[in-house]
Design a protein around this ligand. Structure first.
Ligand code: MG
Length: 358
């Protein structure tokens, strides 16, 4: 693949409302956009790290890694601190292996790989969904609701999203704001698909809290224990009927296989940024499909660029649960893409059909 020019942009985009989890509160998002130019075609990728909260990647460090290492490796140019010499790449499936010598920095790798996928799909005249092996033209989506000032405010806020058309609700929980919140929603909205996300706020000793939510018919409980834990999640899963879903703990297809084999999780959240790109995401998708474990697409409050990649990925067949891929307006007064993503009446987003990210 010939690439004529690479541009990096850093942008800051305000959220329509602060987003609070068990560990942090965000009022705006900082993003790095990667633009690859070739013969008048531009491929786009988005760095949607959140660091050093959700992951260790901060904007400054991600910029350095992309600028000094990943882009030179992609372009087969000399790379700092090494005498390695690379050959030019032919297609996007080779990017993961090319960037593999850099350990970690999965969000940075995803930004670069996604830009290559978008460029290549545009050159082929096919959609990103087609390029990745997608099989759907619409993907089921839900909304992720941050921690609210009170349970009453939560019930109100969720009612608004249900009115907007979302029929799967995920709430963030933390110690002291968990069982009561889930019970209140179950009473107020008995038929809504409901799940909770702890972002690693609990210990194994807190199992009683999850047992207290076990009869609420939750779709899943997401990442209750340590962000790097797999074994203790198996000890918790053994005490629950509700499936545990792992997010932060899963960085590769091997991690997903370990988690399923140990029964630490029965569902896996796929975020291409956390996994270092679409290739590793598809590998996780396949590992889970072989073991009859459904996956769904998480989100990092991406702009329309990253969101388009998530929608394309979620069009693969084993994405059997609704994703955290809401419409643009759920997060941003104005998205950076046109057209923005809008919610269909059946709580889905349409998969773009234009070339690349559409
Ligand atoms: Mg999560």
């Amino acid at each position: 693949m010939r690439i004529d020019r690479v541009e990096l942009y850093q942008i800051t985009i305000p959220l329509v409302a602060p987003f609070e989890t068990s560990g942090w509160v965000k009022t705006h998002e900082e993003r790095i956009l990667v633009a690859l130019h070739a013969n008048g075609v531009v491929g786009w990728g988005e760095w949607a790290g959140d660091g050093p909260w959700y992951s260790y990647e901060t904007t400054e460090v991600a910029w350095l890694i992309i600028h000094d290492y990943l882009v030179p490796m992609l372009l087969a140019q000399p790379v700092a601190h090494t005498t390695m010499r690379y050959a030019p790449l032919d297609e996007p499936r080779q990017v993961r292996d090319r960037l593999e010598p850099v350990r970690g920095y999965p969000f940075a790798k995803h930004a670069v790989e996604a830009a290559v996928w978008d460029l290549w799909a545009k050159q082929q005249g096919i959609s990103l969904s087609q390029a990745l092996g997608g099989t759907r033209d619409r993907v089921a989506v839900g909304v992720s609701v941050g921690i609210q000032p009170s349970i009453a405010a939560l019930v109100d806020r969720v009612g608004g999203y249900i009115q907007d058309g979302y029929n799967r609700i995920k709430i963030k929980i933390k110690p002291g704001y968990d069982v009561e919140a889930a019970q209140a929603l179950r009473i107020a909205y008995p038929h809504v698909q409901l799940q909770v996300d702890a972002n690693s706020a609990y210990q194994l000793d807190d199992a009683h809290i999850f047992k207290a939510m076990d009869d609420l018919g939750l779709l899943l409980v997401e990442q209750p224990l340590g962000y790097d834990d797999i074994p203790d999640h198996a000890r918790l899963q053994a005490q629950l009927k509700t499936p545990i879903c792992l997010d932060e703990s899963i960085h590769s297809a091997a991690n997903a296989r370990w988690a399923l084999e140990m029964d630490s999780a029965r569902v896996i959240n796929i975020k291409p940024g956390r996994l270092g790109g679409f290739m590793e995401s598809i590998a996780v998708h396949d590992v889970c499909a072989e073991r009859n474990a459904p996956v769904w697409c998480g989100g990092m409050l991406e702009t329309g660029i990253g969101r388009a990649g998530n929608v394309a990925l979620a069009s693969l067949p084993n994405f059997k649960l609704p994703g955290d891929i809401s419409a643009s307006r759920r997060y941003y007064a104005e998205d950076i893409v046109e057209p923005e993503f809008v919610l269909n009446p059946d709580s889905t987003l349409s998969v773009p059909t234009g070339p690349g990210i559409g």
